[in-house]
Design a binder for this molecule. Sequence first.
Ligand code: HEM
Length: 128
Amino acid sequence: MDSDVTIYTLAGGDAAFEALVEHFYTYIEHDPVLRSMFPDDLEPGKRHQFLFLTQYFGGPTRYVDERGHPRLKMRHMPYDIDTEAQVHWLQHMLQAIDDAGIPEPARSLMREYFQKSSRFLINRPDPE
Ligand code: HEM
């Protein structure tokens, strides 16, 4: 495989990730479990998510330039992320990948990453 081939380019570059984040945030906006965790103004978070994901999947290193080291576990500590929250988040992201029309093999590689990383960010026990 050519060394310039990244999940970022296979997925469709900036345009694909812009679509992904738009779709994802539309689900967040209407989610009864997750909406209250997010601030009223969703735009800054949307942008950070876009910068992070494009960087993580091999695109330009814009997140680190603007936000520093991701430290995702630490950045999510203020939010109560139990299994219910994780499942909602993951379902929206997996649906958004399909809504954005991200082709294989990027689709499967991204699904696998989000399945693992979302479980890693669970930081609260489930209610009894
Ligand atoms: C497991 C369920 C998750 C929940 C409930 C959750 C929730 C949140 C919330 C409430 C914010 C703050 C948004 C804002 O300030 O506008 C945030 C930020 C963020 N999340 Fe998550 N998240 C989850 C999983 C993930 C995963 C799996 C990733 C990436 C693999 C991720 C990446 C990010 C990034 C990059 C930010 C922005 C960080 C920054 O401020 O620079 N999140 N998340």
